[in-house]
Design a protein around this ligand. Structure first.
Ligand code: SF4
Ligand code: SF4
Length: 207
């Protein structure tokens, strides 16, 4: 049986926050959601887009961690920081191109989505995909995806002028693309960051 993976279809997100509520109830990080919704083109639209850890094949969060606190499982899931190792420096928070790791000052530690590894490692869906009523978050094999969905699933990203990232999680985009380009913006001399509106370009109105 082929491996099941998480697919994010931004165009299906109805902003109900069920994924956020379900994530908050997870035993390993009770009370804190490790998923959030981006609001896209806030001025013109109420469209939202769920953001989880994309589980990069070569995770920069782990590469920049001076305490070697972020581990990757053999099946490619990037874990939350190991509590005894994390020194709360926030390097990972700054380095992640998807804005995923969160620093929690009260415990001086980073936490992030670990794809509900307690569930997915034994064949269950992650909590978010279990509750999403519109299947904006879905967990299935590539074969199932191709049989049931109209868009194309991509997991290759290009940030700015050439930072290439390949992820375990895929996003659904209109057919005809082979990678997702994300433009970066410069904010008052600070490092360039991803422009949230770029997600809007991925919304498949029709295909
Ligand atoms: S999306 Fe961010 S937090 Fe997740 S593996 Fe990639 S770099 Fe790390
Ligand atoms: S905050 Fe913790 S996990 Fe993140 S880079 Fe610093 S030590 Fe590593």
């Amino acid at each position: 049986m082929s491996e099941r993976v998480l697919f994010i279809d931004y165009a299906r997100c109805i902003g109900c926050q069920a994924c956020v509520q379900a994530c908050e109830e997870c035993d390993t990080h009770k009370g804190q959601a490790m998923i959030h919704l981006e609001t896209i083109r806030r001025r013109d639209s109420v469209q939202t887009a769920p953001q989880v850890c994309m589980h990069c094949e070569d995770p920069i969060c782990a590469r920049v961690c001076p305490a070697d606190a972020i581990k990757q499982t053999p099946d490619g899931v990037v874990q939350s920081a190991l509590a005894p190792r994390c020194i709360g420096c926030s390097n990972c928070v700054l380095a992640c191109p998807f804005g995923v790791p969160k620093y929690f000052a009260e415990i001086d530690q980073m936490m992030k989505c670990d794809l509900c590894y307690d569930r997915t490692s034994i064949g269950k869906k992650p909590m978010c995909a279990t509750v999403c009523p519109s299947q904006a978050l879905s967990y299935m094999t590539n074969d199932e995806f191709e049989r049931t969905r109209r868009g194309v699933a991509l997991n290759q990203w290009v940030f700015g002028e050439g930072e290439e990232v390949r992820t375990k999680v895929s996003v659904v985009v209109p057919r005809g693309r082979d990678r997702v380009h994300v433009d970066l913006i410069e904010l008052g001399g600070r490092p360039k960051v991803a422009e949230p509106d770029d997600v809007a370009a991925l919304l498949s109105e029709d295909d």
